[in-house]
Write a protein that binds this ligand. Structure first.
Ligand SMILES: Nc1ncnc2c1ncn2[C@@H]1O[C@H](COP(=O)(O)OP(=O)(O)OP(=O)(O)O)[C@@H](O)[C@H]1O
Ligand SMILES: [Mg+2]
Length: 431
């Protein structure tokens, strides 16, 4: 239930925040729905090049950012905004609702965090921004990004996610915090217990928006959005957006601008990807054979099921390769440790289910291996996008058994490209 406020949010706003709110209102009143898409070149990989060419000369200072923000970005080692940042940040600063679509690993997090920080700077101490993510690990990562970009802003942020104790979260929420980054389930628990009030939220972000609006999450998102003021800015970001999900998304948005860099739902052009046709019962030995190659550095392996992940870990450990598993049947402590060890390079191989497929930014992953073909074409884009991030390159291999041929074809349709096949003697089933 919403509680009545003592004074209107506008009355408590600083002049700057009030101006931002007025800009939001003005933009909503006057702006027609529009779409900004970077020019698309004919060559594969040309899309990003074309988008980059359009924004190549833009600096962060050109975006009208404040000194503390410019300092934080330069501390982060960023020289220039990426195309999605150059295009989305000015619109978000104007208060527009945005559907931001750009390839994996191209800096979408900063594209929504930068304008939030700028909007909140110097404003009243209330929870004014809410960012929702589909997994606990992504929640923590976005919170860390917020701290990095907000280093000189004096803003407080907390991550709110499941699988860990309630008490520290309750304490932090009750003490008051500027920004909450949350997974939907745990946030709803806190809302039911009235540990947090969302009356003052001015900006809502759905990171991995198409996932947040699919059947699994939509009921929870609806319950959360029902608690928010309809007079807010809403920002949706993802590397993928099926048209039917975009149609659904529009009910949360007001006159949104679609900012699209490159081909919609395209695979990262920094990743070389291949399909290995392989009978189902030979996938484990093919994996071991590939892992024994020196050139495979840090490898993230995806399986369809939790059992499958455990089975693969056992099998490769038997072959003398140290590996860890990360899936929803592990405790949060085990999940965090496996991910940390993998990030630090203590663990060369991490075998995970879909919980690791979206958003995670782990530098140094040289290879992604789909032990099973993902069930959704969009999942393929996100999985292979765990490598080849921030202008680095990577490789992705997908093992395809006879039952999975049709799924690979449908992935190729969605990403708009054929994936080359690699045939390994003794494994190929002759496709
Ligand atoms: N302007 C920039 N210059 C250099 N590096 C950047 C810049 N912006 C972001 N990065 C880096 O790029 C990497 C990827 O960023 P981020 O995780 O935001 O990508 P993303 O687009 O959200 O990807 P995904 O779709 O997989 O979630 C991060 O390591 C980030 O630090
Ligand atoms: Mg992201």
């Amino acid at each position: 239930m919403k509680t009545k406020k003592a004074a209107s949010p506008a009355a408590r706003r600083t002049p700057r925040a009030a101006a931002a709110a007025a800009a939001t209102a003005a933009a909503r009143e006057t702006a027609p729905e529009e779409s900004i898409a970077a020019p698309v070149a004919a060559s594969p990989g040309g899309e990003l090049a074309a988008a980059e060419a359009a924004t190549i000369d833009i600096t962060f200072a050109d975006l009208g950012l404040t000194a503390p923000m410019l300092k934080a970005l330069s501390d982060s080692g960023y020289k220039r905004p990426t195309p999605i940042q150059a295009q989305a940040v000015p619109l978000a600063l104007k208060g527009r609702d945005i559907i931001g679509l750009a390839m994996t690993g191209t800096g979408k997090t900063a594209a929504f965090v930068i304008p939030i920080i700028e909007r909140l700077l110097g404003g009243p101490k209330r929870t004014r921004a809410l960012i929702l993510t589909p997994t606990r690990e992504l929640c923590v990562q976005v919170e860390e990004s917020f701290r990095k970009y907000g280093k000189h802003s004096g803003l407080d942020v907390i991550p709110v996610y499941g699988g860990v104790g309630y008490d520290p979260q309750v304490k932090a929420l009750r003490a008051g915090v500027d920004v909450v980054v949350a997974t939907p389930g745990r946030l709803l628990d806190h809302l039911e217990k009235q540990n947090v009030v969302l009356d003052e939220i001015e900006v809502l972000v759905l990171d991995e928006a198409d996932r947040m609006l699919d059947m699994g999450f939509a009921p929870q998102i609806n319950r959360i959005v029902a608690q928010l003021h309809s007079y807010r800015q809403t920002l949706l970001f993802s590397a993928t957006m099926p048209p039917e999900v975009e149609a659904l998304a529009r009910k949360y948005l007001r006159k949104p601008v679609v900012v699209q860099v490159g081909r919609r739902s395209g695979a990262a052009t920094t990743v070389q990807h291949f399909v290995y046709p392989c009978p189902k019962d030979k996938k484990t030995s093919l994996l071991v054979e590939l892992l024994k190659k020196e050139s495979l550095g840090s490898v993230l392996v995806f399986t369809r099921t939790k059992h499958g992940a455990d089975r693969v870990v056992k099998a490769i450990e038997k072959a003398g390769i140290e590996a860890g598993a990360m899936h929803a049947d592990k405790t949060q402590g085990q999940r965090t440790k496996a991910l940390e060890d993998f990030k630090k390079g203590k663990l060369r191989v991490l075998v995970a289910t879909d919980i690791a497929q979206r958003g995670l930014d782990i530098s140094g992953i040289s290879h992604v291996i789909n032990y099973d073909v993902p069930q959704q074409a969009e999942d393929y884009v996100h999985r292979i996008g765990r490598t080849g991030r921030a202008a680095t390159t990577g490789d992705a291999y997908t093992f395809m058994c006879a039952d999975e041929i049709a799924m690979v074809k449908s992935i190729e349709r969605v990403i708009g490209q054929a994936i080359p096949r690699i045939s390994v003697p003794g494994y190929d089933f002759g496709t």
